[in-house]
Design a protein around this ligand. Structure first.
Ligand code: FAD
Ligand code: DHB
Length: 394
């Protein structure tokens, strides 16, 4: 067995784990990151696209925002559409703030490159990762790599290992309480090297199902449509996808749609999930390891960044000032905001999708929700303030 030591062991090399490592490094605190996937797999995953301004500022403060500012697209509004009727949420006008369109893939690549350049150890393709002794003062993880078993001892373990990770699973069921809602459909997403159909994002509810027009740059578009969970990507030729998207966004938008060969196509399930508490002994959960939101409000990545802002502060105050106030309150501070963001993501998802089980009454409720937002600046403001990101109160 090989032994290593560090201050903070980070399980998971997604945005949560990488950002935490960067923020700790900036304050001279050591960490080792361990991920079960290869660097290529991690950098190849296509996921989120929208950053709240608070997330943008956190990335700036972490000194990782240079390419994001050069290549990202600030947005001050987006469209909601209902059966072909459009209502723009004037995010800039209603809140004075904006969001940044910048792919999670790019952010992950920026973070991995910078962390490695600064000498951080990131163990990719680790096998059988297992936290142990998490309630002791010397929590550890064990994993295998190149046929050898390795043990890392640290002061803390941070479980940034996503929804299917191992850290949350080590918390006894007598301690952990979970809340979950699984939605009866998925999102089929494609990436295409064509200019976006619109300057701003469009979230559309149509009788045939939800559709989202998004982008990664001025020349690269990202589109999603709601699909049955039983569908496979092979069921969806590019032509079938474009035909379906065109129907759902309506002729006025479809007229400007530039179609082409997609170079990524995947189906993601939709889920709401919260695990409480987000700390067990000297192990902290952050990001998707602790909570999942359906993607309709563009919140998952932003929630992960918010957790890391709280956790990094707690760890930095602990190491620099021997102050454990924020570590002790970590779970409470995060969960208060997590539940509000869960609410918004659930609300947007409920309003904008076709639910097979919905009665005629519930369908009318969805329409009434849209009509209310369309006719009320207060309702539009509520959506806008959630979309740009609720304040992080610490
Ligand atoms: P992850 O990115 O999941 O990273 C976890 C890491 O842990 C992975 O690298 C994984 O390999 C590793 N790991 C897992 N198990 C183990 C193990 N046993 N041992 C070691 N390592 C392990 N969010 C937004 O904010 N805005 C959006 O617009 C948005 N759109 C989305 C669209 C789609 C289609 C999807 C699927 C998600 C979207 N999200 C969005 C959500 C966002 O992508 C996630 O919330 C975000 O990736 C969470 O980051 P994380 O670091 O917590 O977890
Ligand atoms: C994207 C994903 C989302 O879930 C969302 O709400 C907005 C944009 C995207 O991948 O571009």
């Amino acid at each position: 067995m090989k032994y290593k030591k560090t201050q903070v062991i980070i399980v998971g090399s997604g945005p949560a784990g990488l950002l935490l490592s960067q923020l700790l490094h900036n304050e001279g605190i050591s960490s080792i990151i361990v991920d079960r996937q290869s660097r290529e797999r991690i950098e190849g995953r296509v996921r989120a696209g929208v950053l709240e301004w608070g997330s943008v500022q956190a990335l700036e403060e972490a000194k990782i925002g240079e390419r994001m500012h050069r290549e990202g697209l600030p947005h001050e509004g987006f469209d909601l559409a209902f059966d072909g009727e459009f209502h723009r949420i004037d995010v800039g006008g209603l809140t004075g703030k904006k969001v940044m369109v910048y792919g999670q893939t790019e952010l992950t690549m920026d973070l991995i490159a910078q962390r490695l350049e600064q000498g951080c150890e990131i163990v990719f393709s680790a096998g059988d990762v297992q936290p142990t002794d998490v309630t002791s003062n010397t929590p550890k993880i064990q994993y295998t790599k190149d046929g050898e078993t390795v043990e890392i001892e640290g002061d803390y373990i941070t479980g940034c290992d996503g929804f299917h990770g191992v850290c949350r699973q080590t918390i006894p069921s007598t301690v952990l309480k979970t809340y979950e809602k699984v939605y009866p459909f998925g999102w089929l997403g494609v990436l295409v090297e064509k200019p976006p159909v619109s300057d701003e994002l469009i979230y559309a509810n149509h009788q045939r199902g939800f559709a989202l027009c998004s982008m990664r740059s001025k020349t690269r578009s990202r589109y999603y449509i709601q699909c049955p969970l039983t569908d496979n990507v092979e069921d969806w030729s590019d032509q079938r996808f474009w035909d379906e998207l065109s129907l759902r966004v309506g002729p006025d938008v479809a007229r400007n749609l530039e179609t082409g060969d997609s170079f990524e196509k995947s189906i993601a399930p939709l889920r709401s999930f919260v695990a409480e508490p987000m700390r067990y002994g000297n192990m902290f959960l952050a990001g998707d390891a602790a909570h999942i939101v359906p993607p309709t409000g563009a919140k998952g990545l932003n929630l992960a960044i918010a957790d890391i802002r709280v956790l990094s502060r707690g760890l930095i105050e602990h190491y620099k000032k021997s102050n454990n106030h924020y570590l002790e309150r970590y779970s409470d501070i995060c969960l208060k905001r997590v539940w509000k963001v869960e609410r918004f993501s659930w609300f947007m998802s409920t309003m904008l999708h076709q639910f097979p089980e919905f009665s005629a009454f519930e369908k009318r409720m969805q329409r009434a929700e849209f009509d209310h937002i369309q006719g009320s600046e207060t309702a539009s403001s509520s959506i806008a303030e959630n979309y740009v990101g609720l304040p992080l109160e610490m």
